[in-house]
Design a protein around this ligand. Sequence first.
Ligand code: AMP
Ligand code: GLY
Length: 446
Amino acid sequence: MRPVGDSHRILIIGSGGREHALAWRLSRDPGVERVTVTPGNDGIHPPLARRTVPAADAAGLIALCRAERITLAVIGPEGPLASGLADTLRSAGNATYGPSRAAARLEASKWDAKQVMMEAGIPTAYARAFTTRPAAVAALDDFGPPWVLKADGLASGKGVLVTARRDEAERFLAACLEQDRFGEAGRRVVLEEHLSGEESSLMAICDGTTFRLLPAARDHKRAFDGDQGPNTGGMGAVAPDPGIDAAGEREIGERIVRPALAAMIRRGAPFQGTLYVGLMRTALGPKVVEFNCRFGDPETQAVMPLVTGDLAGTLAAAAASELGAAGLGRDAGAAVAVAIVAQGYPEASAAEGTLEGLEALMGRDDLWVFHAGLARAGTTWRLTGGRAVHVVARADTLAAARGRVYDAIATLGGRGWRCRADIGAASGPGAAAHGLKATVEGGGRT
Ligand code: AMP
Ligand code: GLY
C-alpha cells in the first residue's frame, strides 16, 4: 500500500457543486499532484482536470484510473454508491473513498437505516414500515397529524412528504404503494413520528471503525425565503451551524456516529466514507432524521472553505481503513453558500436562463463559485439544470460572510435565475438589513 502523505492523483466522480468544492479543496493540499473530476461540469477548469466518463460507466472509470495513475477515487453521489461502484473500483485495485454497496444501505433504504439506529440505540423518530396501502392508511391515526411519510429507497430527494393533510398523506401512500410513483424505491413506505426543532447536518469522515467530524452545517431546503415553498435539493447552507457548539458536535459523534459505525461492523458492512447525519435538534436532544452515505450538497460547498489540514491524506487514510491520528483542523470563521437556481426550480426542470459576471468573482481567496448546472456559451453561461451554481463566501463571522456572498451575487447579470435572500439570516441581521428584497432575481442588475 502506498504510504499516506505521498503525492496524490485524485479522481472525483460526479458533476455537481459538491464535487467542484471537493476538487477545489483537495487541490490545495500540499501532497496533491493533480485532481481530476469526471464527468464534471463546464466550471471545472485548470488547474483542475476534467474527463467525460460518466459515473455509470464502471469499466470506463477503471480504465481512467489506470491511464491517469489515480491514487484515490472519491465518489460523490449516492446513486453510484448504492449500485456498488466503490466495491467495483476497489476490486479492480483502486483505493476508493466511499462506502460499499452494503454500507450505502444506510442511505439507500430508510427502513434499513432505521433498524440500524434502533439496534444501536441511536436517538431517532419512532417509525414503522408498510408495503400495502390499507395497512399504512389504517396506521395513519397512530402517527399524525402532522404526518411524515417516506418512500424507502432513493428518490432524488423527492420521496419524503411532511403534511398536516390526511388526504395528501393518503394520496402519497396510494401513489407509492399502488401507482408506482417512485418505482421500486416506493414499494415500501416508512411512517415516522413527526419531530420539531432546528435541522442540522453533520458529516463524519469514517474509516469503518473511527471517524473525524467536519464542521456542522445548516442546509436550507425550502425553495423560498422564510422556509416557504416546496423542498428542493438545497437552496444554500451555512457552516459552522450556529446552533451547535463544539460540545454538541462531540456529543453527536459519540451518541450517533460511533454507535452507527459499530452497528455496521456487526452487520458485516463496515462504513467507510462520509456518514452524513441529518439531525433534528429537538427539546429532547438531537435525533436523526436521515443518514446519507456521502458528502452533503450544498453543505460541502460551505464546509470545504473551513477545513484546514491534510484533507487528501485524511480521505486516503480513511479509504485504507487507517484513519489513525490523521487530523483535520478548521478555520475560525464562517462560510455561506447560496445556490443560484433556475427561476422555476424545483417544479420546472427545463432551464432557459443565463448568468453573466461569474468570471469577475473567480480567483479570490474569500469567495468561490462552485458550478453545478451551467454550460459555457461563449462569454455567458447557460443554465442547464435546476441548481446552476453556488456562490460561497468565507469571513470572520457569519454576518460578514453573508454580506460578502450577497454583495457578490448583486453583481451578477443574466436572466431566468433566482436565489434565496435569507441564507444564514436566521442567526443574524436579516437580509432586509443588507438591502435585499425578498428573493434575488436574475436580470435585475443595473
Ligand atoms: P429526508 O429526506 O429524510 O431528510 O427528509 C426531508 C425533509 O423532511 C427533512 O429535511 C425534514 O425537513 C423533513 N423530515 C424528515 N423526517 C422528519 C421527521 N421525522 N419529522 C419532521 N420532519 C421530518
Ligand atoms: N443537503 C442534503 C443532502 O445532501 O442530501
